[in-house]
Design a protein around this ligand. Structure first.
Ligand code: HEM
Length: 130
């Protein structure tokens, strides 16, 4: 199986559990006080749903679908709007990989590598629009 198929299936297993995005934001927000502060006024129930879709957009773009929605995210996260610092994306990726490891019963080091490969172009695109 190629990396995008492995990740697509892994994400399906992760999304079966409601706790996945709760745990993701717990890990992500505990990685830095500055990141935590960005979500002080956020409706986290809505935010978890938005992120569920955002990660799916990264995977779909890696599978050859349009990256239009990722370019919109690049715009919303840029210095002109949300002003999300480029260095924060490393925390984001680490938190996501940690959450996948926790929730996917079929997690292996190879699967982790596949996730990193699949996430990279999407993260680079959003971060690169800063
Ligand atoms: C590639 C990684 C990321 C993805 C896929 C992603 C996805 C999303 C999505 C789908 C939204 C809602 C739509 C929008 O506002 O455009 C959003 C909003 C937001 N994101 Fe991200 N994001 C990422 C990285 C980050 C990082 C690193 C931070 C750092 C703090 C961050 C902070 C925020 C904030 C503060 C909001 C707005 C929350 C609110 O409405 O109060 N995001 N993100």
């Amino acid at each position: 199986m190629n990396p995008t198929d492995l990740v697509f299936q892994s994400y399906g297993r992760c999304c079966r559990k409601d706790d996945f995005f709760v745990d993701f934001y717990d890990f992500f927000m505990s990685s830095s006080e500055a990141i935590k502060n960005r979500f002080l006024n956020t409706d986290m129930t809505a935010q978890r749903h938005l992120l569920r879709n955002g990660v799916m957009q990264i995977i779909l773009a890696a599978r050859g679908m349009s990256d239009r929605k990722l370019r919109d995210l690049g715009e919303s996260h840029s210095r002109h709007k949300l002003d999300i610092k480029p260095e924060w994306y490393d925390f984001w990726e680490e938190a996501l990989l940690k959450t996948v490891r926790l929730h996917d019963p079929d997690f292996t080091p190879e699967l982790r590598q596949a996730w990193r490969e699949v996430l990279k172009p999407g993260i680079d695109l959003i971060r690169g629009a800063y």
